[in-house]
Design a protein around this ligand. Structure first.
Ligand code: GTP
Ligand code: MG
Length: 206
């Protein structure tokens, strides 16, 4: 089953009678990306908190949780996914110090870059390498953030497509100011994490 099948099944959910039970899944995901790309603000938006325009450098880590409702890839279970989101300092020097602790157990990565700074997209390679050296290969979704800004957009479609092909990662242009695609990007990550953990014979882990 491909991600497209899963997304289709979410758009056209199976008849209620085929859903036999509800399952709860808890999953840890990590935000990665350079400082100032908008990781913390995307989480705030997703948590339906107010948008704060002041620049607050995250000190240490912030852990947030939100429940997503989905359907298992075989259409049998309604899924309640407790998405636990870890927000990590953007500064490079903390990466080496903290990575074991923060990345251990992560099932997915939300990679964030700034649409107006191409370098923040390029820097994601090293972020992703850092996480996957601890977790192994896990699903990634890319947020090309600050879409609302009037600054010239440096990250173009072909850059985004190249990243997408390299990592098998869908991408979304997001804005934590307007809310554009914020739910979509977290939902896509939840879907990919579930798909990745789904075993055709055994279904989902307990
Ligand atoms: N216009 C606009 N500004 C944004 C957006 N997202 C974040 N910002 C602003 O960009 C700045 C940095 O946002 P943060 O969410 O703190 O960035 P961060 O990636 O968490 O940074 P670190 O914690 O240092 O790693 C803040 O001033 C935000 O208000 C957006 O989508 N649009
Ligand atoms: Mg932050």
């Amino acid at each position: 089953m491909t991600i497209d099948d899963v997304l289709d099944s979410r758009t056209n959910p199976p008849p209620m009678s085929t859903i036999v039970e509800s399952k709860h899944i808890r999953t840890k995901v990590c935000m990665v990306g350079e400082s100032g790309t908008g990781k913390t603000d995307l989480i705030r938006r997703f948590m339906q908190c107010f948008f704060d325009d002041r620049y607050i450098q995250t000190l240490g880590t912030m852990v947030s949780k939100r429940e997503l409702i989905s359907t298992s890839p075989d259409g049998i279970h309604e899924l309640k996914i407790d998405m636990v989101i870890w927000d990590i300092l953007g500064e490079q020097r903390f990466r080496v110090l903290l990575k074991e602790e923060y990345f251990r157990g992560a099932r997915g990565i939300l990679a964030v870059c700034d649409v107006a700074r191409k370098k923040t997209l390029d820097d994601l390679d090293s972020w992703i390498g850092g996480v996957q050296s601890v977790t192994g290969k896990i699903p990634i979704v890319l947020a090309i953030n600050s879409r609302d800004r009037s600054a010239p957009e440096e990250v173009n479609e072909s850059d985004a497509k190249r990243f997408s092909t390299t990592y098998g990662a869908p991408y979304f242009y997001t804005s934590s100011e307007t809310g554009e695609n914020v739910d979509a990007v977290f939902n896509a990550l939840g879907t990919r994490v579930v798909e990745n953990r789904f075993d055709k014979t055994r279904g989902l882990p307990p």
